[in-house]
Write a protein that binds this ligand. Structure first.
Ligand code: RIB
Length: 316
């Protein structure tokens, strides 16, 4: 079983030609709300990957936004450990999605900040604990340490990026970062390989957008080229990647296969609007993978250069 402990937000999304610069007002177009939040998105992604009992620990306020967030998780068959916070608003995210499918997100965390160390349920039966950084850092650290003590694999997606206390990183088994988060954690602007040298977590996965992703697991590097899709909205694609990756590992996939599954799920998520609304079911991922061409050696070589890898080729 997988336990996700983290945020749930109602996403308020407006589409516009471009994302406003500081001080700029942009006249947008259609407006919609979608269930989101990095934690909840990752839980839905793990559950939709199929065959993985997924639980989520979350905190919601007592307002109108709580019910649709709860419903979306339950519909995905995520079992909830729900903390009700009557005097707080449910987490909200204000998102502008541009015509080139990029986004800018501001989160009002509200009830998410009420998750406390004492809320962690017993970890018996859980193989993986997934964490992000939209809940208090002290709570995330306490959860990671409790899981580490009990032999549960700790997966951290340190988003939104912020400085991490050493005791948190020491308790993490699998770190999933994008390039910006990697550089922030490493405190270094060099190549991905150089940044990875500064991070002493057993497995680090780095997502590289339309280039693909790479992983260093117990000293071995793996590369996965991106799948070509026409993006509509990239919101939640990273969370889809995280949830799908952990689900695949839980089901016994090795790192190369888990990267492939997660990349396919993330690519599909980019082709649909919204966060949880965009996360594919396992059968869709399988069908998508069946249509893909064989790996392209030229793109893998380009990815190797991008990562600053000069050593022997990775297994895949
Ligand atoms: O990663 C995407 C998510 O970030 C959105 O769903 C939003 O709620 C914010 O948490």
């Amino acid at each position: 079983m997988i336990l996700v402990a983290g945020s749930a937000n109602m996403d308020f999304v407006v589409r516009a030609a471009h994302i406003p610069s500081p001080g700029e007002t942009v006249l947008g177009r259609d407006f919609k709300t979608y269930p989101g939040g990095k934690g909840a998105n990752q839980a839905v992604a793990a559950a939709r990957a199929g065959g993985v009992p997924t639980h989520m620990l979350l905190a919601l306020g007592a307002d109108a936004h709580a019910e649709p967030l709860e419903a979306s998780l339950r519909e995905a068959l995520v079992k909830l450990h729900l903390v009700r916070v009557p005097d707080q608003t449910t987490g909200c995210a204000f998102i502008c999605v541009s015509d080139d499918a990029e986004n800018a997100i501001t989160v009002a965390p509200g009830a998410n900040l009420s998750l406390q160390p004492r809320h962690l349920p017993p970890l018996v039966g859980f193989s993986h604990l997934m964490l992000q950084l939209e809940t208090p850092l002290a709570t995330v650290t306490a959860y990671a340490q409790a899981a580490r003590r009990q032999g549960v694999t700790v997966v951290l997606n340190p988003a939104p990026a912020q400085a991490l206390p050493a005791p948190l990183l020491e308790a993490v088994d699998i770190l999933i970062v994008n390039e910006g988060e990697l550089a922030a954690l490493a405190g270094h602007q060099g190549s991905i390989a150089q940044c990875l040298e500064r991070i002493h977590v057993p497995t680090v996965v780095v997502t590289l957008g339309h280039h693909g992703c790479c992983a260093r697991s117990h000293g071995v590097f793996f590369l996965q080229e991106a799948f070509d899709v026409t993006p509509v909205d990239t919101t939640g694609a990273g969370d889809t990647f995280c949830g799908s990756l952990v689900a695949a590992l839980h089901l016994g996939a090795d790192i190369p296969l888990a990267l492939r599954m997660a990349s396919a799920a993330g690519a599909l998520a980019c082709t649909r609007p919204g966060a949880q609304s965009s996360i594919p079911q396992a059968a869709e991922v399988t069908a998508f993978l069946a249509q893909q061409p064989p790996p392209n050696p030229a793109r893998i070589t380009a990815l190797r250069y991008l990562c600053g890898l000069t050593g022997p080729a990775s297994p895949r």
